[in-house]
Design a protein around this ligand. Structure first.
Ligand code: NI
Length: 261
């Protein structure tokens, strides 16, 4: 059995194909027991809640992605906070820093909302789902300065920094999830990280609709049924069997996201 801890079933692209119902059905048929649909804004968090209400295997998290902060209005965090008490809400996320593009929301706004959402997660007693791109040092510094807000833990989703850097995040009690990029041939950094990070801290995801894993790389849209290929690769890198890796990842996800459910 598999779990996709980070997917975007809220993406309107799915309506251009055969829709979310078909995507969820294919995932369940492939043995994906649970999916966590990630919010990126207030609107997508509300849609994620609706999808989780519709499909038993779908859970969700709520929050503002750093690249979506141009949509942020004062008061939105109160509405995000209200969604946290939903019985299928398992985390606050995805939140963090993204300095990749010049025209991303300002660093000041990103840092402010990152910390405020860490505070929110602590207040409501949920783990965090972290997005960090081209901002490794500053992400680590903010998390270290706010380590008291990470009592419920969290996950570095689609972890793409160095293996050495993972030690700093692991020291904060964080887990790491890997997706399609771990199956790509040129992903040397990701492979080193998977080998170094202890198996109890590893999770699987797709981050769909993008980053489709091998052997389907380039196929659009990606979907949670393809997490199977990610887990195969993680098992290979960890020198274990697929069954053992599946079991380990389910235990890891259970501990982080589902112990209250
Ligand atoms: Ni995402």
């Amino acid at each position: 059995m598999y779990i996709d801890v980070h997917c975007h079933l809220t993406d309107p692209e799915y309506d251009n194909f055969d829709g979310v119902a078909a995507v969820v059905r294919r995932a369940e048929e492939a043995g994906v027991e649970r999916m966590i649909c990630s919010g990126c804004s207030l609107d997508s968090s509300i849609v994620a809640a609706r999808i989780a209400e519709t499909y038993e295997s779908v859970y969700f998290c709520v929050g503002f992605h750093p690249c979506e902060l141009d949509k942020y209005k004062e008061g939105d965090l109160d509405r995000i906070a209200a969604l946290c008490s939903h019985e299928k809400c398992v985390a606050v996320g995805e939140i963090g820093l993204d300095y990749h593009y010049e025209n991303n929301p300002s660093k000041e706004l990103q840092r402010e909302l990152f910390v405020r959402q860490l505070e929110l997660a602590d207040r409501v007693g949920l783990p965090v789902v972290l997005h960090s791109r081209d901002a490794a040092q500053e992400t680590a510094e903010i998390l270290e300065a706010n380590a008291h807000l990470l009592k419920r833990g969290g996950v570095m989703h689609c972890y793409s920094y160095s293996a050495e850097m993972s030690d700093r995040f692991a020291a904060l009690g964080l887990s790491f999830s890997f997706g399609g990029t771990s199956t790509f041939k040129n992903a040397r950094k990701v492979l080193e990280s998977v080998r170094r990070i202890p198996a109890p801290l590893i999770l699987s995801e797709t981050d769909c609709p993008y980053l489709t894993p091998e052997p389907y790389r380039g196929v659009f849209p990606n979907e949670p049924c393809r997490v199977v290929h990610v887990v195969e690769k993680l098992a290979e890198l960890k020198g274990t069997t697929s069954e053992q890796m599946q079991k380990q990842i389910l235990e890891n996800a259970e501990r982080l996201f589902f112990k209250l459910h």
